[in-house]
Design a protein around this ligand. Structure first.
Ligand code: ADP
Ligand code: MG
Length: 257
C-alpha cells in the first residue's frame, strides 16, 4: 500500500511543485513505484513532467467531480516507475462545484483508494491556498511535507497551516502526520538564509530535514524542458540535494516496500 504524502504550504512560490516533482522522480529512480498527483489548477507539476496541459481530455478535475475514473486519467507511459495524475485550469472551478457534493472533502481520498495498492508512494502537489482542494489532499494523505523558502517572512502563515492540519486531524483524518519540513532556495552567501534555517529549526525541531535545497538555476530551468531537475541535470547542486533528500526521506519513513 502506498504512503500518501501531501506537499503543502498555502504560500505560493515556496518550492512545493519543485519538491513534489523532484522527490517523486528521485524516489522512482530508486525503483519505487510513484504516483505524482497535481492538485493545483495552475498545473505546474503536469507541465513540469512535460505533459501538454491544454491537450488533456481528462484531468484530476474529472476524477473529483465524478465524470472519470482515476485509472483512465493517470498518465503511465512517460517515465519508468513514475505515473502522473494531471491537472489543468479546469480544476479552478471545482472548489465551487464541489460545495454541494456529498462527502466533498473525501473525493480525492476515495479515488486514490482504488489505486493505492499499485504504488509505494503517492505525492500530492497542493495549490497555494487552504481551500477545498487542499482539504481533499490532506484528507487523502497519511502525512505532509512542508517546503519553506529561505527568505524574509518564511515563518509567516505557518501557524495558520498548523491549525489547518490540526482541524483536519480533528474532523477529517485523525492519523495525519508531519513527515518533515524541507528548506528550499537556500543561498549560502546570505546571512538571511542561515537565520531562516535557525528560525525554522526552532519552530519545527526534529521535523526539519537535514538535506537543504540550494537555490539553483538548473532546478528552475528544468520545467521548461519538461523534465524534473534530477533528470535534466543530475549532477547539478539542486539535483544532488533532492536525491539526498529522497534518501533521507526514505530512511525516515523506513518503508519496506
Ligand atoms: P510553489 O509550487 O510553492 O508555488 P515552485 O516549486 O513552483 O513553488 O517554485 C517557485 C519558482 O521558484 C519556480 O519558478 C521554480 O522553478 C523556482 N524554484 C523552486 N525551487 C528552486 C530552487 N531550489 N532554486 C531555484 N529556483 C527554484
Ligand atoms: Mg506549485
Amino acid at each position: 500500500m502506498a504512503r500518501v504524502v501531501a506537499v503543502v504550504n498555502q504560500k505560493g512560490g515556496v518550492g512545493k511543485t519543485t519538491t513534489c516533482v523532484n522527490l517523486s522522480a528521485a524516489i522512482s529512480k530508486k525503483g519505487k513505484k510513484v504516483l505524482a498527483v497535481d492538485c493545483d489548477p495552475q498545473g505546474n507539476l503536469t507541465s513540469g513532467f512535460g505533459i501538454d496541459k491544454k491537450s488533456l481530455e481528462k484531468t484530476i478535475y474529472d476524477v473529483l467531480i465524478g465524470s472519470a475514473d482515476i485509472k483512465e486519467v493517470i498518465i503511465k507511459d512517460k517515465f519508468e516507475n513514475l505515473d502522473i495524475l494531471p491537472s489543468n485550469v479546469n480544476l479552478a472551478g471545482s472548489e465551487i462545484e464541489l460545495v454541494s457534493v456529498i462527502a466533498r472533502e473525501y473525493r480525492l481520498k476515495s479515488a486514490i483508494e482504488s489505486v493505492k495498492s499499485e504504488y509505494d508512494y503517492i505525492f500530492i502537489d497542493c495549490p497555494p491556498s487552504l481551500g477545498l482542494l487542499t482539504l481533499n489532499a490532506l484528507a487523502a494523505s497519511d502525512s505532509v511535507i512542508i517546503p519553506i523558502q529561505c527568505e524574509y517572512y518564511a515563518l509567516e502563515g505557518l501557524s495558520q497551516l498548523s491549525s489547518t492540519i490540526n482541524l483536519v486531524r480533528k474532523h477529517l483524518n485523525k492519523h495525519l502526520e508531519i513527515d518533515g519540513v524541507v528548506l528550499t532556495m537556500f543561498d549560502s552567501r546570505t546571512n538571511l538564509s542561515l537565520e531562516v534555517v535557525e528560525e525554522v529549526k526552532k519552530y519545527f525541531g526534529e521535523k526539519v530535514f537535514l538535506s537543504i535545497i540550494p537555490r539553483n538555476v538548473r532546478l528552475s530551468e528544468a520545467p521548461s524542458f519538461g523534465l524534473p531537475g534530477i533528470f535534466y541535470d543530475p549532477d547539478s547542486k539542486g539535483a544532488r540535494a533532492y536525491i539526498e533528500l529522497a534518501d533521507e526521506y526514505l530512511n525516515k519513513v523506513k518503508k519496506n516496500t
